[in-house]
Design a protein around this ligand. Structure first.
Ligand code: BLA
Length: 238
C-alpha cells in the first residue's frame, strides 16, 4: 500500500543527497513476528548526510491486516528546520490513517513565519487530507504544525491525492533545507540539540505504536526499538 511512497522517498534521498549508512542497532533493522496468524515483518533503514543527521524510515508489512510507513528526518543540529514527519497507516480495508507534517521544534511566531507559513498553500491544496481530526495521544500544539495533513481516508485517495501531497511536501522541505542558513553560534546549535532531544523524549513516551510493536514483536523488542532506534536520544523511564 505504501511501497510507492517508500520508493519515492528513497529515490529522492539518493538523488539529492550524498547519503551514508547510519547504523541500526543489532536485531532492530529487521524482525519477523512469530505471533498471530498473519506474519508481520518490520524493516527499517537509516542514513545520514551533512545536511541531515538522521533519516529513518520503517515499513511494517502484515499483509492485508496492516501496512505502515513511518519516517522522521532530523536535520543537522546546524539547522533549526522542523523535522519531516510521516506516519501512514492502513489496517485492513477498514482504516487508513495518514499524517504528514513539518514538525516544528519551536512554536514562536518568527519560527512559524519562517518554516510553517510556507506550507499554507500546500495545505490548502489538499483539504480532503486536512480533516482537523482530534489527537488523543499527542498534543497538537507541540511538535505539530497547523498545516499538517491528518486524515482518515480510503485507499483510492491514498494512491492519488496523498501521493501527490507527499511529493509536494517533500519538495517544499528540500527547498527550505536548501535555503536554510547554517547556525554558527554554539549556543544556537545547543538549543537545537536540546529541542531535537526533547522531541525524542516526548515522542518515545507517547508513541501510540508501542502497543502494536509489543503485540507483534514482544515487549522487550518494542522497548529497544523505541529507545535505541526510533527515539534514541530519549531516556527510558525508570
Ligand atoms: C497515530 N501512529 C499512530 C497510531 C499508530 C502509529 C499505531 C495510532 C493509530 C490509531 O489511532 O489507530 C504508528 N508510530 C507508529 C509507528 C511508528 C510510530 C509504526 O512512531 C514507528 C515506526 N507519528 C509519527 C510521526 C508523526 C506521527 C513522525 O511517528 C508525524 C507526522 C503522527 N501518529 C501521528 C498522529 C497520530 C498517530 C498525529 C494520531 C495520534 C493521536 O490521536 O494523538
Amino acid at each position: 500500500m505504501y511501497k510507492p511512497f517508500l520508493e519515492h522517498l528513497e529515490s529522492e534521498l539518493f538523488n539529492r543527497f550524498d547519503l551514508c549508512d547510519r547504523a541500526i542497532p543489532a536485531g532492530l533493522e529487521y524482525k519477523v513476528s512469530d505471533r498471530g496468524k498473519n506474519p508481520a515483518t518490520i524493516q527499517s533503514w537509516c542514513y545520514k548526510c551533512p545536511e541531515l543527521r538522521k533519516i529513518r524510515y520503517t515499513y511494517i508489512d502484515a499483509g492485508a491486516s496492516a501496512q505502515i510507513l513511518n519516517s522522521v528526518i532530523y536535520p543537522s543540529h546546524h539547522y533549526d528546520l522542523p523535522l519531516l514527519g510521516v506516519d501512514f497507516l492502513s489496517f485492513g480495508k477498514v482504516k487508513n490513517l495518514v499524517v504528514l507534517d513539518f514538525q516544528p521544534l519551536f512554536q514562536d511566531e518568527a519560527y512559524q513565519r519562517q518554516y510553517i507559513e510556507p506550507l499554507q498553500s500546500l495545505h490548502a491544496k489538499y483539504p480532503d487530507l486536512a480533516q482537523g481530526l482530534e489527537m488523543k495521544f499527542y498534543d497538537a500544539n507541540q511538535y505539530f504544525s497547523k498545516y499538517l495533513l491528518f486524515a482518515k481516508t480510503d485507499a483510492e485517495t491514498v494512491a492519488t491525492r496523498l501521493f501527490a501531497a507527499f511529493k509536494d511536501y517533500l519538495n517544499l522541505y528540500w527547498q527550505l533545507l536548501d535555503e536554510a542558513k547554517p547556525l554558527t553560534d554554539p549556543e544556537d546549535i545547543q538549543r537545537i540539540v536540546k529541542a531535537q532531544k526533547d522531541y525524542d523524549q516526548y515522542s518515545a513516551e507517547r508513541d501510540p505504536a508501542s502497543g502494536l510493536f509489543s503485540s507483534y514483536f514482544g515487549h522487550e523488542w518494542a522497548e529497544r526499538f523505541l529507545y535505541e532506534f526510533l527515539f534514541e536520544d530519549a531516556m527510558p523511564l525508570a
